[in-house]
Design a protein. Sequence first.
Length: 59
Amino acid sequence: MELYLDTSDVVAVKALSRIFPLAGVTTNPSIIAVGKKPLEVCFRNFMKRWAVRGVCLPR
């Protein structure tokens, strides 16, 4: 069984990834809207925390 979090909250993912072996994170427009941060900010926060070496962030 693989565990995915359906969220846009980087802090929650960071905390829960210490407890559970997460396979990944998913999200959708309604979850982004509830988080009150623009998609670009959410994407950048996730990439800063879990970016693969060589992946470029949009500016």
